[in-house]
Design a protein around this ligand. Structure first.
Ligand SMILES: Nc1nc2c(ncn2[C@@H]2O[C@H](COP(=O)(O)OP(=O)(O)OP(=O)(O)O)[C@@H](O)[C@H]2O)c(=O)[nH]1
Ligand SMILES: [Mg+2]
Length: 330
């Protein structure tokens, strides 16, 4: 049941009150019991309208600077921009190190811009579990474009593809060669490559290496990933980047690839949500510790292989019933 408070928040959200957004996102971040009801109460005709764009890449590549510059351009067209910054460096705070609003000088006081930093480390399903829900909140409240910034630390950047329509991978000349990028799995997720800090030496070389690799092994048969050069701090190349967003989106629609992408994402969100729910039930299960301390101890000491232990635990019907139905069997 949705608490009355939460219902009020949803009503405010649907009335276009952006102040409801951060509070609803906080509930999602905390894994509140109200989350399913919140999601269910978002009318379907208010969803799926926003363009969802991911900006990912190594720490310090200039992603935030780029987001800021993209936002300035979009605001000139009067588009409302929702920005989510995923902060992988704060596993323990359970909140946002940067606070609810990152101070982005130009946009701090702009009503048409919402900025929120989210920590996803607490979610067992990671980014793919909580971020799609936060995106839906922004979508339903009427943001035209949603920008998702994630600093790449392995899996995080690969998960971005689960939650946005267009993945932009930002690299810098110092990031190393194109082969490195291929190894990191970035070729498979990038819809657009950006070589930022192109005021530095090596950027053209890197861009042409990337282009060659993209050309040799295209991600799919309907889109060849463009490689763009930018100088985010000066806004150089940002207009071209926005054109590439539009181009990717249009091609996706024209080739009937938007809906299949979203189908995969919905399925992924389901899987990650189930994983998250079961994980937290297992963690919170009281009988888990009592009944199976012995097995756990053996695992801890390295006397029992974790996979063997997992198999043993999954054969415990009572335990399974409790995990799946934490309030006890009916
Ligand atoms: N020379 C140069 N510096 C840039 C450029 N773009 C951004 N910077 C600088 O690079 C530094 C890092 O930029 P950020 O935008 O914070 O990078 P980020 O990728 O968001 O960093 P994290 O969020 O920490 O991963 C800042 O000092 C920027 O001013 C560029 O095109 N050229
Ligand atoms: Mg940043």
């Amino acid at each position: 049941m949705v608490l009355e408070d939460t219902q009020q928040l949803i009503d405010r959200l649907l009335d276009g009150d952006f102040n409801a957004v951060p509070r609803l996102i906080t509930l999602i971040e905390k894994g509140s019991d109200d989350v399913p009801a919140i999601m269910e109460s978002l009318p379907s005709d208010r969803l799926g309208r926003a363009k969802k764009i991911g900006i990912t890449g190594p720490p310090g590549a200039g992603k935030s600077t780029l987001v800021e510059s993209i936002t300035s351009h979009l605001r000139k067209d009067n588009l409302k921009v929702g920005i989510l910054v995923i902060d992988p460096s704060s596993p323990f705070t359970g909140g946002a190190i940067l606070g609810d609003r990152v101070r982005m000088a130009d946009h701090y006081l702009d009503e048409g811009v919402f900025i929120r930093s989210m920590a996803t480390r607490g979610a067992p399903g990671g980014l793919s579990e909580v971020v799609p829900k936060a995106i839906k909140i922004l979508d339903a409240s009427g943001f035209d474009v949603i920008l998702l910034e994630t600093a790449g630390v392995g899996q995080t950047e690969l998960d971005v593809k689960d939650v946005v329509d267009t993945v932009t991978v930002v690299l810098v000349p110092e990031a190393g060669d194109a082969i490195q990028t291929m190894k990191a799995g970035l070729m498979e997720i990038a819809d657009i490559f950006v070589v930022n800090k192109s005021d530095r030496s090596g950027s053209k070389r890197m861009a042409s290496d990337l282009s060659m690799n993209v050309h040799l092994g295209s991600k799919n048969d309907w889109w060849e990933t463009p490689v763009l050069l930018t100088q985010a701090h000066r806004g150089v190349g940002v207009k071209e980047l926005i054109d590439a967003f539009k181009g990717h989106r249009k091609t996706m629609e024209d080739t009937n690839n938007l809906e299949p992408t979203r189908e995969k994402q919905r399925r992924r969100e389901l899987e990650m949500t189930i994983r998250g729910q079961i994980f937290s039930r297992i963690k919170n299960s009281s009988s888990f510790s009592q009944k199976l301390t012995h097995i756990l101890d053996q695992v801890d000491r390295g006397e029992l292989d974790p996979s063997v232990a997992a198999n043993a635990l999954l054969r415990e019907q009572d335990l399974l019933a409790e995990w799946l139905n934490p309030k006890g069997p009916n």
